[in-house]
Design a protein around this ligand. Structure first.
Ligand code: ADP
Ligand code: ZN
Length: 807
């Protein structure tokens, strides 16, 4: 017997291995295997069982089969293989990425100093001496990766080869220990047939009676009922009356805090009822049914999702419910938790520990939990009998993963839905242009919730033109008079204010007004962000941090000052204006750990915060009835980025953040500050006019042949060396143009290569190239061809199918 194994390496190939006799009964698709690979041992995934192999090469044997049960089945695998092909990412790497991490056993090359022959020193280069010195300090040896890190050099192969040949260094493959293993607990149970005629102490008989009533249970729990039960337990075990055994237990994420009211007795309004009826029909059809639920903010979409999930559960099926970000899940989880039995829900997102993720994964696979909630990666959950996928806030860019496997969970939800023949609901108050376009074209069923619950009005939106605002010093103020007045009034009314700052492309930096010097990152091509509270400057790409300098390094001037408006600056300003208000800030700096944002939202919910200042994090999905004022500090920030979706993003952000206001019985008010009050994205947001925005935007897309009128594949290049990189990228571009002509008959447009807007990150120079065409297939073929034989010259190439981020 043989197996085909996908190994997590950058190659599309899979590999064949023989299965030794001892493993044959346990072998299955979806299990991991430890296999020899070159000189190393790696963990791969079984993707096919083969009775015989055609070519009669020497086939190596698998070494171990660690999983008692498969992590995926052949149906899941079809989906995973599709992902591998579409995103041009090797299957082994796709599996390594999708499956719960931390479980792979691998070998790594370790190096130690050999005690033997000493060679005269003059034969060694400086680098080689450095290596030897380092190894002498590590008598037990050191993995190659750590040696590289310690010496800050990646190209050690030549020197190591020399040192090995000289007998000074020994290298060997050693297996690592996986970071995650199943968690076991000691349990106790009575033996089925109890021996008779035994004399037991009072305590021993009490224990036996207790276990007879309770059934098997964790040993640790016995301590709650008996004092020092262990001795009695051991005696009873020796007498063959009970047995103590290991039981695998599931680790889950910490329970979510309760936020907001959890109303279970809501009766749906007419619009919701109609939408739910449609969804029910889709689910009952048992066919692939893609739907776009377009419902304004606060129209009761979430309520519809929850009912649809209940419907699916009632029919014995499973559901996946995707939300854009962890910050969003706290409130939602609390809402879901009150609807469905806790043990029916699994939560998967990148914020939970690897071990919890591994355990949840297995419970889903076994069908023990049937509702999976989580951020984008939850889409891969191996839910058997999947009947419904909900993609909440489907327009949100965080469904796109921008490193490693660059997938879009919104798009993949439709693919998975097609394979599994399920209903897929994409829901949003501001659908992606692409999604709405497909719906209009009849590819998705359109469901609408046109009004807010109880016909609450959408908030009144005022636009403040910053071009004509001046403070007493004649400068553009951070907060306009209109906004300050509005905050004052909201505070006086005892209501809450949300102040939103679009962080993207907007931050506070330090510069010298005398010579214009801007403090920027030595590794990346961007200015450093000023963090007043820690008195440091920080790079938001590589985390480079320095203390604030009082003198300009360029002209030695002493008038260095900060410019721009980060959330911290806004916070400072608001504190000055409203010293007695309770002010909180929510952004990635104040919420470094997964639970942090949940805590802030809970305080907001309890009315312990008057003014919340934040970035994109606060625009999403939350439902807080006491917020009546929403202020947008600078609406233009997202318009000025080089991205064909800039207007779409701006409209979405403004509409979403406006939608956070006026959800309770008090009407909401929104103040948008901007330098471009006439831009259509801002005007349409002001009017709550999605259809109008769509009508403005679509012709522009058509004119420039951008999606949804074309498809894009992005290629990103990076190199440590500027000139060599630039040359290699130019050659690549020339080849791309030539192949676009010969392979696709000129139907593919090659845009670039050009320097990336962020031209340098972490010391690497960056360029990008776009392939644009109508047909996905020829774009893929062209990309594949281009990648073959590319990637020399120290040039790193990343491929991004359907790119979202163009920075
Ligand atoms: P959306 O997801 O569209 O923003 P939600 O489902 O969160 O809207 O609903 C907004 C608020 O209205 C929530 O507090 C929810 O509990 C409440 N709600 C939803 N449907 C109804 C209904 N039919 N009757 C009364 N309240 C409702
Ligand atoms: Zn940097």
């Amino acid at each position: 017997m043989f197996v085909r194994v996908a190994v997590p390496i950058p190659s599309v190939q899979t590999f064949t291995y023989a299965v030794p006799e001892m493993f044959i009964s346990a072998i299955a698709v979806g299990k991991r295997v430890l296999v020899p690979f070159g000189k190393r041992q790696v963990t791969g995934f079984i993707v096919e069982l083969l009775d015989e192999v055609v070519c009669n090469q020497r086939v190596r044997e698998i070494l171990d089969l660690p999983d008692p049960e498969p992590l995926f089945n052949t149906e899941d695998l079809i989906f995973y293989e599709w992902i591998s092909r579409y995103y041009l990412h090797p299957l082994g790497k796709v599996l390594g990425e999708i499956l719960p991490g931390g479980i792979a056993i691998q070998s790594e090359r370790w190096l130690c100093r050999s005690d033997g022959a000493a060679t005269p020193d003059h034969r060694l280069s400086g680098r080689q001496k450095e290596i030897l010195e380092h190894l002498t300090d590590c008598p037990k040896g050191i993995p190659l990766s750590r040696l590289r890190g310690a010496l800050g050099k990646s190209d050690l192969y030549g020197d190591l080869h020399f040192l090995e040949a000289a007998g000074l260094v020994i290298s060997e493959e050693r297996l690592n220990r996986p970071a995650v293993r199943p968690k076991k607990e000691k349990w106790v149970a009575l033996c089925p047939a109890l021996p008779t005629g035994l004399s037991l102490t009072a305590k021993q008989s009490a224990l036996v009676r207790f276990l007879r009533e309770r059934g098997e249970m964790p040993v640790i729990d016995l301590h709650d009922f008996f004092k020092n039960p262990l001795a009695a337990l051991r005696t009873l075990e020796n007498k063959g009356i009970l047995r103590v055994f290991d039981k695998e237990v599931s680790r889950g994420p910490a329970p979510a805090p309760t936020i907001g009211k959890n109303e279970n007795g809501i009766s749906l309004n007419d619009a919701q009822t109609m939408v739910l009826d449609e969804v029910r029909k889709c689910i009952a059809s048992g066919r692939f049914s893609p739907c776009l639920l377009y419902g304004v903010t606060g129209s009761g979409k979430t309520e519809v999702y929850l009912r649809a999930i209940a419907e699916v559960l009632g029919g014995g099926g499973g559901a996946i419910y995707l939300v854009p970000e962890i910050a969003l899940t706290a409130q939602l989880l609390s809402r879901i938790g009150s609807r469905f039995p806790k043990q029916e829900i699994a939560v998967l997102h990148s914020g939970i520990s690897q071990s919890a993720r591994y355990d949840q994964w297995k419970r889903i696979r076994r069908g023990e939990v049937r509702v999976v909630v989580g951020a984008r990666s939850a889409l891969f959950a191996p839910a058997p009998n999947l009947r419904l996928i909900v993609v909440d806030e489907e327009h949100d860019p965080s469904y796109k993963q921008d490193d490693r496997l660059r997938y879009n969970a919104r798009d993949l939800a439709l693919v998975r839905g097609r394979f599994a023949e399920t209903t897929v609901i994409l829901g949003s108050a501001t659908p992606a242009i692409q999604s709405y376009f497909h719906a209009v074209e009849g590819r998705y069923r359109v469901l609408t919730l046109p009004a807010r619950i109880d016909d609450r009005p959408l908030p009144r939106v005022e636009v403040v033109d910053l071009r004509s605002e001046r403070d007493e010093r004649g400068l553009t103020p951070l907060l306009s008079r209109t906004l300050i007045e509005a905050i004052r009034k909201t505070l006086a009314d005892g209501r809450q204010t949300l102040l939103f700052l679009n962080r993207r492309g907007f931050h506070t930096y330090l510069f010298c007004p005398d010579c214009g010097h801007v403090f920027s990152c030595p590794n990346c091509d961007i200015s450093l962000t000023h963090h007043a509270s820690e008195a440091v400057l920080k790079c938001h790409h590589c985390d480079f941090t320095v203390k604030i300098a009082s003198r300009c390094p360029s002209c030695k001037g002493s008038r260095v000052r900060s410019y721009g408006a980060g959330t911290e600056r806004v916070e400072e300003e608001v504190k000055k204006l409203f010293p007695t208000a309770r002010i909180a800030r929510m952004d990635s700096d104040t919420t470094p750990r997964p639970g942090d944002s949940g805590r802030i939202l809970r305080d907001l919910d309890r009315g312990e915060i008057d003014i919340l200042i934040g970035t994109q994090m606060i625009t999403k999905g939350h439902d807080f009835p006491a917020i009546t004022l929403v202020g947008v500090v600078a609406a233009d920030a997202s318009l000025n980025i080089p991205d064909f979706r800039a207007a779409e993003r701006t409209f979405q952000i403004l509409t979403q953040v406006s939608g956070r206001g006026g959800r309770g019985d008090q009407p909401g008010r929104v103040v948008i500050q901007t330098f471009t009050p006439d831009h259509y994205s801002i005007r349409r947001a002001q009017e709550h006019d999605y259809a109008g925005f769509f009508a403005d935007e679509l012709p522009l897309r058509r004119q420039l042949a951008y999606p949804p009128f074309s498809r894009l594949i992005g290629l990103q290049f990076s190199s440590l060396k500027k000139e060599e990189g630039k040359r290699a990228v130019a050659e690549f571009g020339a080849r791309a143009r030539e192949l676009a002509l010969t392979m696709t008959g000129g139907k593919t447009e090659v845009i670039g290569p050009a320097e990336s807007p962020l031209a340098r990150i972490r010391g690497r120079y960056r360029w990008q190239l776009l392939l644009k065409g109508k047909e996905s297939r020829s774009l893929h073929l062209l990309s594949q061809k281009l990648l073959e034989g590319a990637g020399h010259d120290g040039l790193e190439i990343q491929i991004d199918v359907d790119p979202v981020n163009f920075m």
